[in-house]
Write a protein that binds this ligand. Sequence first.
Ligand SMILES: *[C@@H]1O[C@H](CO)[C@@H](O)[C@H](O)[C@H]1NC(C)=O
Ligand SMILES: *[C@@H]1O[C@H](CO)[C@@H](O)[C@H](O)[C@H]1NC(C)=O
Ligand SMILES: *[C@@H]1O[C@H](CO)[C@@H](O)[C@H](O)[C@H]1NC(C)=O
Ligand SMILES: *[C@@H]1O[C@H](CO)[C@@H](O)[C@H](O)[C@H]1NC(C)=O
Ligand SMILES: *[C@@H]1O[C@H](CO)[C@@H](O)[C@H](O)[C@H]1NC(C)=O
Ligand SMILES: *[C@@H]1O[C@H](CO)[C@@H](O)[C@H](O)[C@H]1NC(C)=O
Ligand SMILES: *[C@@H]1O[C@H](CO)[C@@H](O)[C@H](O)[C@H]1NC(C)=O
Length: 423
Amino acid sequence: MVQGAAISVLFAVLAASLEAVQAAQPVWAQCGGIGWAGDTTCVAGTYCYQYDPWYYQCLPSPSTTTSSTTTSTTTTKPTTTTTTKTTTTSSTTKSSTTTSTTTKTSTSTTTSTTTTKSPTTSTTSKTTTTTQATTTGAYKLSDSFVGSSWLTGFDHMAIEDPTHGRVNYTDQAFAIAQNLTFVSKDTIVMRADSWTTLDASGPGRNSVRIQSKKQYTTNVLVMDTRHMPEGCATWPAFWTTLVDNWPANGEIDIIEGVNDVSPNQSTLHTTSNCTMSATTMAQTGNLVTTDCDYEVNYNSGCGIQVDKSLSYGPPFNAAGGGCIWFWSRNDASVPAEVKNGSGAVSPATWGTPYANFVNNSCDFASHFGPENIIINLTLCGDWAGNDAIYPSTCPQTCIDHVNNDPASFKDAYWDIASLRVYE
Ligand SMILES: *[C@@H]1O[C@H](CO)[C@@H](O)[C@H](O)[C@H]1NC(C)=O
Ligand SMILES: *[C@@H]1O[C@H](CO)[C@@H](O)[C@H](O)[C@H]1NC(C)=O
Ligand SMILES: *[C@@H]1O[C@H](CO)[C@@H](O)[C@H](O)[C@H]1NC(C)=O
Ligand SMILES: *[C@@H]1O[C@H](CO)[C@@H](O)[C@H](O)[C@H]1NC(C)=O
Ligand SMILES: *[C@@H]1O[C@H](CO)[C@@H](O)[C@H](O)[C@H]1NC(C)=O
Ligand SMILES: *[C@@H]1O[C@H](CO)[C@@H](O)[C@H](O)[C@H]1NC(C)=O
Ligand SMILES: *[C@@H]1O[C@H](CO)[C@@H](O)[C@H](O)[C@H]1NC(C)=O
């Protein structure tokens, strides 16, 4: 249904630009937006892209066909959870919902915030509430990334990959023009190029890395993901850090994996004197490495792998730590407030997380600070491309595979319905 609406608008846009060939705006020029009185058409070979309601720009048309990227013309900037509710429900295909709570600056602060807030909330709303309802509203929605707001709330980072991947991270205009980044009303797709054979002595495969403009401290992130990158050589990550103050502000890798081998590990990377102990962690996942110090074990950090069959035990005791939950799309235990994009969430009611980083032998206040949210997809590099790690079942060497087999990167893409930030 979204498709149909988008297509009719698309034709309208194309018709307009054919009629006004002479007066059209050149590539990169503005072509619309609130308050814009100038020309709203773009020269041949370009199209008018709506970044947000205030700014439209003529971008080069994708080389393959003139279509789909233009569907973004129909998008607005949804900020309400009502919009999100509709879109999430309408797209229940093969997918997963991933959620994380990251308690960064000070664990004790967060905990006391939660508990002080709870009585207030219950008094004002429902007096006869259950335990679940008393914690309702512990974290309030502060940002909602859905559709075009990804393009205004996140920057595409055309930087060198610090983990030495065989990638060329592209800027936003290029990524959109090549359809590496595709945004529609309820979708952002970010992918690696799957059509170019690379010159072995030239740059790596085009890919995308985006970073939130804002930084967040104590927060809950709810990301609704339909698809994450897969395939030999891939190293996708959904993570938070402050690049300019790494590792002092810490790094939290929420979803990270390589070569399809363990696409479900969550890891902390910190300065020294921060370790984890499985015996004190109420979680369903398995602690695989215990020292979070970046100088230990070649910066492998302290990592937790998701157990295959997720269980949702007794309500999770919110005292201390950063927690990560994972629900499969059709999982009966996805909390309603997660499913419906509620304006507030109470992770204490969500059951046992798969990863529960606790502060017993790590002082969170001195190991974590404000962090950006980053989503990236690199290929090979320090982890995925390590000879000892790259699986023998994968073709060639990691680098040769990236250079020579473009078509095998068809599934190397993120498809994300929404990301909500609660603070
Ligand atoms: C761009 O990517 C989207 C999402 O994968 C896809 O639906 C669309 O057909 C692509 N557009 C072009 C022009 O290839
Ligand atoms: C861990 O967090 C708890 C709960 O906030 C707090 O009481 C405790 O002092 C913290 N422990 C350390 C070692 O920081
Ligand atoms: C991509 O993500 C991983 C996090 O797992 C990080 O180590 C790496 O530096 C990231 N690359 C870039 C360019 O951000
Ligand atoms: C690498 O990305 C930049 C955009 O950030 C682009 O201009 C350049 O053409 C890309 N390199 C290749 C070889 O595609
Ligand atoms: C997740 O990690 C576990 C190890 O904890 C592994 O056995 C399992 O296969 C992984 N799940 C997926 C989907 O790869
Ligand atoms: C979402 O579900 C929660 C928990 O059931 C409920 O309190 C809230 O009102 C719902 N919000 C929306 C927008 O439907
Ligand atoms: C290590 O952290 C603990 C608290 O978790 C603190 O008591 C101790 O002084 C720290 N040691 C060093 C060397 O910083």
